[in-house]
Design a protein around this ligand. Sequence first.
Ligand code: NAP
Ligand code: HSE
Length: 429
Amino acid sequence: MKKIKIGLLGCGTVGQGVYKLINLNKTKYVSLLEGTELEIIKILVNDIKKERKDIPLSLLTLDPYEIINNKEIDVVIEVIGGTTNAEKYITEAIKNGKHIITANKDLMATKGQNILELGNKYAKLVKYEASVAGAIPIISTIKENLVSNQITKVMGIINGTTNFILTKMFTEGKSLENVLKEAQDLGYAESDPTSDVEGLDAARKIAILASIAFNRRVTLSDVYVEGITKISVDDINYAKQFKSTIKLLGIAILKDNAIEVRVYPTLLPLSHPLAKVDNEYNAVYLEGNAFGDLTLIGKGAGGLPTASAVVADLLNIAEKINKGIIEVNNCSCYLDLEIKKIEDTCSHFYFRMVVVDKTRVLSRIADIFADNDVSIDSVIQKKLPDGKAELVILTDRVLNKDMRCARKQIENLDVVLEIKSVLNSEKEY
Ligand code: NAP
Ligand code: HSE
């Protein structure tokens, strides 16, 4: 039987998922590939002695060059994570004639262009569907199925850990700290979960999606990022009063030949398709000039869901190897569009502040908003003990830099004791 031989770099959550899936659907894959079998022949790990259910010890190695220099291996799957070793091993593997599959958004959002171009140079395919939104086939959907459109907006819940945390805060009133441990135990979080809760993981993914959607290379440093660490159950309860929820969104917009790209916790009306996406589920909402809008929902993390995307890339490459036709065009970024600064973008805003509970406070705040062209949509006021009150204000859609000026002036008012939070709100979509 003809075989396509695979080297697996990494055997953690995703690596074990890939091994399991290739065996689970072996019969289907053999018939899809007209008799060719997929076989993992070597697996790189850090610690051979770790418990790994169903993985034969004989496949494990501590030496990456048993894979990179192995002449039998056609495809290298990188699921070790991180950037330094992953970049080194992928680069060397391409130069040694291997096709590459990676789930590594850290790497693709920072060094993606170099890797894709190196693949082009050596006529080797580089596929990375699993790097964004786990099981959701979002990269191939944008690149292939929706290629007839001009995409104008990509808005996604693209981090399972933070969606899990925000869902538990919304439904069970639990605090962020309490739920993060649960998300880690379930295998959703990154090895360093600060990249989940501080929004970096989502920023890497939206950089990748913006690059593909707008044919303009967007890297991590182009993305404005705020995480969820400052979100409290109080904010979530106020959001409910505005018939909204709070989700960490990655947003990329193409407007007037310029790109906006950002990640932040956002008040989202409960009627929006993304508002109903809970727990570790991811979803990507797209707008385009022919399809209108569409939303893809699925599991964004975990072994088998992520393996689903990795193995789909593998089958795609295997089919090409089988047919002997390898047309390599890894990179589709050929435009040079401006990327807007966050200050020059528009949004609705949510302000929550503690003020002195006396007359004229609200009117002084409203005056500052008006002086800065920030129009108010609605207000909630709640009495607090000790002569204080909590004010929650939703603005209309305003320029970010106007909101920032207003915020500075409001902060300096003697009657404003503390600005508790300022969040973006996606009231219109
Ligand atoms: P993980 O559970 O931490 O597994 C990493 C694996 O790589 C482990 O087997 C580890 O070996 C091995 N490894 C790491 N560095 C190594 C090195 N320098 N040399 C040799 N072996 C090394 O990570 P994961 O969750 O599977 O994630 C892997 C990649 O997929 C990351 O890029 C991640 O961002 C991405 N991803 C993950 C998910 C998810 O749901 N987890 C979803 C989508 C994408 P030991 O087992 O010996 O420690
Ligand atoms: N830590 C990531 C998440 C894993 O929570 O979505 C999937 O990329």
